[in-house]
Design a protein around this ligand. Sequence first.
Ligand code: PGA
Length: 250
Amino acid sequence: MKRKILAGNWKMNLDHLSGAALAKEICAGVDAARSACEVVLIPPFTTLPAVAGAVRGSAVKTGAQDLYCEDEGAYTGEIAGGMLRALGCAYVLVGHSERRHTIGESNALVTRKLRAALRNGLIPILCVGELLAERESRKAVDIVASQVRESCEGLEGEEFSRVVVAYEPVWAIGTGRTATPEDASDMHGVIRIIAKELFGTAAAEHLPILYGGSAKPETAPALLAEPEIDGLLVGGASLKASSFLGMMPR
Ligand code: PGA
């Protein structure tokens, strides 16, 4: 049995004071539940040091929402993987749909960021997912498959063994419209087929694939019951300890 992952993407919410308070509440809940799942908090950059302090000594891990593809230099406003490692970050989101579609990140840049994460000892959570128009025109599988293929092609097997993928259909993010467990599971199956093509059966089976997009305490159990779904990447519902803890797989 693979260990499930519950990751909370706080997006651009919670400063270092409110973030540390929420992190402490979540740690208390996770430790009390002796959770067998990996719980990851992904706050904004400036909130990260306070959250790293709040989770110290608990089972809860931290992650960042982005990183730059270079390791240092004249890149005003950017944050390097090594800086995140120095804070004790274990994970980093790469290619979140808001970065792809609101900020305009290309697949090529996402690919470079994925490599930067791996090079710096971070576990990248590679986010992929189709737009509503792409789903309606039956292009979803092709889009997601090419996002995975383009980002992972050329990685060494050892590097790929450290990657986590999150399938987040863009039409489900922040809309209140969750993908059905069947739709999510089908797309996770597609992602696993691409992983198998690129890295072989064992690597594909080992790959954790999270679902994200309006996941809530009410929808989490059915999603997590799918054998193809290895965890959840949660946005809105991760901003309150009660709803986030209510999604922990049992
Ligand atoms: P949501 O966000 O749960 O608010 O839809 C998920 C995400 O963007 O990671």
